[in-house]
Design a protein around this ligand. Sequence first.
Ligand code: ADP
Ligand code: MG
Length: 698
Amino acid sequence: MPESNALSPWDPVSRLKGVGPKTGAKLAAAGVTRVVDLILHLPHRYEDRSQVVSLRRPLAADRWVMVRGTVRSVRIWRAARRRMRIVAGVVEDGEGSIGVVWFNQPWVKRRLAQTGVVSLYGPVRRGRGEVLQLVNPDITDVEQDDDQQIVPVYSSLAGIGGKRLRGLIKQCLGALEGCSDPLPDVLRRRFALPELRECLRELHAPVPPGEETDRVRYAAGLNSHRAAAHRRLAFDELLAFACGMEEWRSQREGLTSPVCHIDTESRHAMRSILPFELTEAQQRTVEEIVLDLERPIPMARLIQGDVGSGKTAVAALAILMMVEAGHQAALMAPTELLAEQHVRTLQPMFSRVGCDVDLLTSSLPAAEHRRVRRGLEDRSISLVVGTHALFQEAVRFSDLGLVVVDEQHRFGVVHRQALVEKGVAPNVLVMTATPIPRTLALTVYGDLDVSLIDQLPPGRRPVTTVVRSPRDTSRLYNFLRSELAEGGRAYLVYPMIDGNDDLEVPALENRRGVVEAELPGVNIGVLHGRLSRAEREEMSRGFARGDLQALLATTVVEVGIDVPEASVIVIEGPERFGLSQLHQLRGRVGRGNRRAWCVLLADDSIGEDARRRLDVLCETSDGFEVAEADLALRGPGELTGTRQWGPGSFRFADLVRDQALVRDARAVAGEWSASSRIDALRDGLARYHPMASAVPSG
Ligand code: ADP
Ligand code: MG
């Protein structure tokens, strides 16, 4: 292939075979536009298909195995109760045999008829009568690509399935040569970090061992390689972040910010827009903000407060002060759903002082997007709510005085963007999604002043939290029926939208039929990230109004959604979430005066540790306690729940597991900040980790 045609990591994904405009748009929505963005989508596990097991001896239950043979006696039938089609047969490898079954994959029958010997990869489970069988195994033709390999498994992205992604990412590996290492040798040596290209190759394309005898040793070695590769990516990401913070700090020192003078009139306006009295803790936070805003030094304040403590109300007052003083204010939310809700909350408040609230997200119609951009530029709009689309290139503010960053966004991005043009820095107020243990807050938000809202609005009762088995849900549905009949509303939350037709998986689409059948006469809505903006808007409005009494949802309802009548939240597969994330989900109920419940539907098989973690939630309703317990209970090396604290955009780093790396990264950024070399380091890292760095990708 001629040099100019070689794939580069910086090429658009549209250069890949099989990525047309439709797939391209889906990927872009998930933040994947360049080949390198796909390369950084790492496998979450591996399937070792390099070793074919013999059927001569019985297989161990619950192990995943690779079997090679012919499937005979294939039958297909319909299971009456669960409306499901079942294909079953017997696989024989010449030495022995085992039963095999596929649920809800009727096409398998024809697939098997077309081939002779196949490779089957899947789990061995105990079926009816304790008989071992292979369940829902993946079928590949012998000699095909996946056969005899260690196969990386990717989680789906923007509705593109893992298998398809594997094909796309495989193409991307041709671009690995172009992934030059942003870390200079001295740093790699100092922290014993492997080379970037090596890491990426190891993670996406691990090589199976040649010698049977080396297998065990190799397997151990392979794991430590992968761990080193992960550690390397986590370090890069943290260093990108630390360099951005360092730069922000040095820039901020010489800047001035728009100022407010808070007089009796503005205090009167502040009182008039809220339908309730502030709690003491809210009042204290407002006063801290007043002091900040009266000074020409850019405010950089973090509001920490438990779920439901009323952070939004405080933010609304800060916005009001700024707008009354004649400057613009922007409120940035982590999701479109939340941005839309903020508009609904703020509109009635600000209409009392004659101020409009506009929405700016990337899914707005082009004309509306243009209108809002123009309004921000010519200053006819003074308050805008949006997602990160707010700080994209085409958006220019004429006089941005305050940015409120709701929940988990990275404030650095905002700051730098706003700085570029004017040399004037807006005031920044960050609200955290979840209480952060103090030790972590210091490492991540070390440069911010902190206000603490340590009090809930009056009349709140703690949410009663219980763990129940998903096997016996008749009592749960009885309870739901009566609670909904009395005017309550319920969320039912699932860890994923669909489970590839495997009804064992607690996925929303797998449960929908059952829930509808169990709750006759109840209007049930569905809310997840794959719906269009209009559909989401309709569902959340419907639920908020009470037209819908139950909402089946994914974790899109995790942050911020505020419906005071919601009284029950049922979470299936809770062991798949982090504790703080569960606390955050639980915070969706008990926001009004109704008594509220949180039901965690956890299988007995989740194990003792997972069970202990869930017990923490049953025992305390204090978010700080939950966070501390989570920190204490999570062992090092645990990969789940990485994203629940603070900045939502660390993809590889885990602030708990990687505390030592956080310190190293900060130290390096500090040492290098005085020299001009930090620019090259920062820019190099930012190309790979644009979201972690304070530098938007260009
Ligand atoms: P969070 O801190 O989770 O963002 P919100 O700002 O969404 O909390 O507030 C949660 C709910 O409590 C909202 O319905 C809000 O209107 C209400 N609320 C906030 N402050 C008060 C208060 N001082 N008195 C009564 N209700 C309040
Ligand atoms: Mg909130």
